[in-house]
Design a protein around this ligand. Structure first.
Ligand code: OXD
Length: 309
């Protein structure tokens, strides 16, 4: 039994070292080195080149290095019926919450605008906005969304959630399904997308949805670029239906140099860094699943192939 690591972002060596440090006896390979493919039972992947998984005849599990698994389901060469696992990690959730809260405050307190004004030596106070007046709507009330909802509520924001399917036992009011989307959106001044990317949610951040928000609402997308219809956002910013957006994820990453988002002061761009898997926290759960696989035990954090997350 062995593990192969498949990612193309130059971080394989540090992940391999971190895994090896905790499990010195486990054979762990970078997919680009010479290795006995028939020994590999677990592939840990992040945006792997499509088709690479087919080279492992004895694979028993595919694990994502992160919370998202959309790129795994997009691989036409995905071997059928193997369990797919994702990372569910309190550090990933609290990092995400911190990042979104930073964007919320930056928007509310006009910090980007003041930074731009400073460059031009312009003294231009803007209308003050208070936490208590803001309704934050969180689309996606899973492991990340529920932590964000809790933290924003503690800060005094009015918070509501929306999920594609019914959720029970949440501390935050949560709307579910297409039929409740309008009611959910009506008072939302700041909309955060934390949904998994599936066929159901692709392109969900579109003109019909934006039109149901109050005029001047702000969008934060920290989920996937595929949720957003870029042209619709551009149009809604132009008409003033939306006052701005904080975008951490894009259809193509890095965002192409000629994309119109780069030139808009009301768009706050970050390079997919909202929350990044922390090795200290994630390595133990990846190895725990490898051990479970060896013992034939049920794996942790298995995703549903039907739902796509
Ligand atoms: C993830 C991500 O899915 O970083 O973990 O986007």
């Amino acid at each position: 039994m062995a593990i192969v690591l498949i990612r193309q972002d130059g971080k394989t060596a540090s992940w391999k070292n971190a895994l090896k440090a905790k499990a010195p006896g486990v054979p762990i390979y970078n997919y680009q080195e010479d290795h006995p493919r028939e020994q590999v039972t677990m592939a840990i992947v992040w945006k792997h080149p499509q088709g690479t998984l087919k080279a492992y005849p004895n694979l028993q599990c595919i694990a994502s290095f992160g919370a998202g698994v959309d790129f795994i389901f997009e691989d036409p060469g995905l071997p059928g019926n193997l369990p797919i696992t994702r990372v569910v990690d309190p550090v990933l959730a609290s990092d995400m919450s911190e990042f979104v809260i930073a964007q919320v405050f930056s928007y509310l307190k006009h910090l980007k605008q003041y930074a731009l004004d400073q460059e031009e030596r312009i003294w231009r106070p803007k209308a003050y906005r208070r936490i208590a007046d803001e309704v934050v709507g969180i689309m996606g009330m899973g492991a990340l969304g529920t932590v964000l909802a809790r933290d924003l509520t503690q800060l005094g924001f009015q918070v509501r959630g929306w999920a594609t399917s019914k959720k029970t036992g949440l501390a935050t009011p949560c709307y579910s399904g297409q039929e409740a989307l309008g009611e959910f959106l009506t008072p939302v001044t700041i909309l955060v997308c934390l949904l998994p990317l599936t066929e159901q949610t692709r392109g969900i951040l579109n003109k019909p949805l934006f039109s149901q928000l109050p005029k001047g609402a702000f969008i934060i997308n920290v989920a996937r670029g595929g949720h957003l219809v870029d042209a619709d956002l551009l149009e809604m910013l132009k008409t003033g239906q939306l006052s701005g957006a904080a975008l951490d994820v894009f259809h193509d990453e890095p965002l192409p140099k000629d994309h119109p988002f780069w030139d808009l002061p009301e768009v706050h761009l970050t390079p997919h860094i909202a929350s990044v898997s922390d090795q200290d926290s994630v390595v133990p759960q990846l190895l725990e699943n490898y051990r479970r696989l060896q013992k034939g035990q049920a794996l942790l954090n298995v995703v549903s192939r039907d739902k796509g997350y």
